[in-house]
Design a protein around this ligand. Structure first.
Ligand code: ZN
Length: 279
C-alpha cells in the first residue's frame, strides 16, 4: 500500500502537469470507488473545474478544484493498494482503458486518469465543511515541524497499544503504514510490540528522528517499489531506499547478523524485527 513517501512522489510528479489546467467532461468506468457521493454529482462537480492546487495529506492526494461561482471543492484520492494517478498525452491502450476508473480530459488535450486494477482505492469530492471534517479526523503529519518530540510523546504516551499500532493509526499520526513503521522501529531499536505508553521520553525523541530520517530518504528515492505502484508519470518506483527489516523475515539482521523474526500478532500485518537490536 502506498504510504506517505509514495503518495508524496505521485503528487510531486503530477503537480506541474496538472495545476492550472481545467478539466473537461469526465467519464467513469466504475463508480464503486466513490464514497458519500453519487456518480452523476461527482462527475458534474469535476466538469469545468480548474485544478488550483495539488497536495498530499496522509496517504492521499488532494486536488483543490475551483470553478467560477462555486466554493472550492476537494477531490481526495486514496489510491489504496492498486491505484495510480496518471497523465497521458496520447491515446490510451486497450489495457490502460480497461483499468482506467476515472478519465478527465484536460484543457490542452491531455488526460488525467485514475487507474485502479482492483478498485480498492477511494475517491471523495468534498466541500469546505466536508474537507474540514476529513482533515480533522487524521493525525498530524510526521514531517510537520510543529510536531516536536513532546507532541509526539503525548501521542504515544496516551496509548497502551503496541507502539507499532499507534504509529500506523491514521487518527493519531498521518501517512505511516507497515513498511515505514517496521523500518523506523528497527532504526530506533524499539520492540514493535511494546506498549506505546511504556516508552521513555528519550525513546519518543529517537523514534521521531528515525521516522523522519527514513521518510525523507524514501521521498528522496521516490518511494519504495512494490507491485502496481507507479509514480505520477507512470514509471515504476525507483527503489533506492535500503530496507533493513520490511520483507526480510528469516534473513540475517544487517546490523548484528541475528536471524530476523516475524509476527502477525501485533496488528495482523507482518511485523519483522530483530530480537537483539530491538529490545
Ligand atoms: Zn540485529
Amino acid at each position: 500500500m502506498p504510504e506517505l513517501p509514495e503518495v508524496d512522489t505521485i503528487v510531486r510528479d503530477l503537480r506541474p502537469l496538472v495545476v492550472g489546467h481545467r478539466l473537461g467532461r469526465p467519464t467513469m468506468r466504475h463508480h464503486d470507488v466513490l464514497r458519500g457521493i453519487t456518480k452523476p454529482r461527482f462527475l458534474a462537480g469535476l466538469d469545468g473545474a480548474r485544478i488550483a492546487r495539488l497536495d498530499r495529506r496522509a496517504k492521499h492526494a488532494v486536488f483543490t478544484l475551483a470553478r467560477h461561482g462555486d466554493a472550492p471543492r476537494r477531490l481526495v484520492v486514496q489510491p489504496g493498494m492498486t491505484g495510480s494517478l496518471l497523465v497521458y498525452d496520447r491515446a490510451l491502450t486497450d489495457d490502460e482503458r480497461r483499468y482506467a476508473v476515472l478519465r478527465a480530459p484536460l484543457d490542452d488535450g491531455r488526460e488525467l486518469v485514475y487507474r485502479d486494477v482492483r478498485r480498492i482505492g477511494r475517491l471523495y469530492l468534498l466541500d469546505e465543511d466536508g474537507y474540514a471534517r476529513y482533515d480533522a479526523a487524521i493525525g498530524p503529519e510526521p514531517l510537520d515541524p510543529a510536531l516536536d518530540a513532546a507532541a509526539f510523546g503525548r501521542i504515544l504516551g496516551g496509548s497502551r497499544q503496541a507502539v507499532k499500532k499507534v504509529l500506523m493509526d491514521q487518527r493519531k499520526l498521518a501517512g505511516v503504514g507497515n513498511i515505514y513503521a517496521n523500518e523506523a522501529l528497527f532504526a530506533a531499536g524499539i520492540d514493535p510490540s511494546k506498549p506505546a505508553s511504556r516508552l521513555a521520553p528519550a525513546a519518543h525523541a529517537r523514534l521521531l528522528d528515525e521516522l523522519r530520517r527514513i521518510l525523507r530518504a524514501a521521498i528522496a528515492s521516490q518511494g519504495t517499489t512494490f507491485r502496481d505502484y507507479r509514480t505520477g508519470t507512470g514509471e515504476r518506483g525507483n527503489f533506492q531506499l535500503e530496507l533493513f527489516v520490511y520483507g526480510r523475515e528469516g534473513e540475517p539482521c544487517k546490523v548484528c547478523g541475528t536471524r530476523l523474526g516475524a509476527t502477525h500478532d501485533i496488528d495482523a500485518r507482518v511485523t519483522v524485527f530483530c530480537h537483539r537490536c530491538q529490545r
